[in-house]
Design a protein around this ligand. Structure first.
Ligand code: FE
Length: 189
């Protein structure tokens, strides 16, 4: 028997073994292909040293005298099965355009509640990078009465992403001009 025939025969055997497994894929795996929320919860990330509780309730972090490029970030808070989480709490905090956090006041800090469809809407600026970190926005997201998911959002196409050990591609917002978009998926059915 030639090498070719021997390989074909081996593939045929592997194929015959592998084929029945296709029918064994559980429904949960099939659901994971759903595009909007993917069935997979948003990854958590370190809170970092600059979180400060009791931020003001506000959807816009824009204040007089605030420099930097404007950013409008929208999206939804969903369960793993893509159900919107009405009234989810979202708390954002970030550096200013020069990479500085306000640790004495509440500049560039705020929280808001998602609407009945789980939508949030944040008006802010593009944060500056600071030593050791690529550009990012910190966020805590919680379903009513549940513990918060703490994570960070990143910007696509940032040269600093590749050099930042905390950065994760899955936490990149979609960005078109000044319009950012990200859906949070909480670990709820
Ligand atoms: Fe930070």
């Amino acid at each position: 028997m030639s090498v070719f025939h021997s390989l074909s025969r081996r593939r045929a055997i592997i194929g015959a073994i592998a084929l029945p497994a296709v029918g064994l894929i559980p429904p949960a795996t099939a659901r994971a292909a759903t595009p909007s929320c993917g069935g997979v919860a948003t990854a958590s990330q370190t809170e970092g040293p600059f979180f400060k509780p009791r931020s003001p309730l506000r959807a816009s972090l824009i204040e007089p005298g605030l420099g930097g490029e404007r950013l409008h970030l929208t999206g939804r808070v969903l369960t793993r099965s893509c159900r919107p989480i009405a009234g989810a709490m979202l708390e954002f905090w970030q550096a200013d355009d020069r990479g500085r956090y306000d640790n004495s006041g509440f500049r560039l800090r705020g929280h808001q509640l998602a609407d009945a469809e789980g939508r949030f809407d944040l008006a802010t600026i593009v944060p500056g990078a600071y030593p050791g970190r690529t550009r990012h926005i910190h966020v805590k997201v919680a379903a009513p009465g549940r513990p918060a998911l703490t994570t960070q959002l990143y910007f696509p196409g940032e040269p600093g992403n590749a050099r930042d050990g905390i950065y994760r591609k899955a936490l990149e917002m979609a960005l078109v001009g000044a319009e950012g978009r990200f859906d949070f998926v909480l670990d709820l059915a």
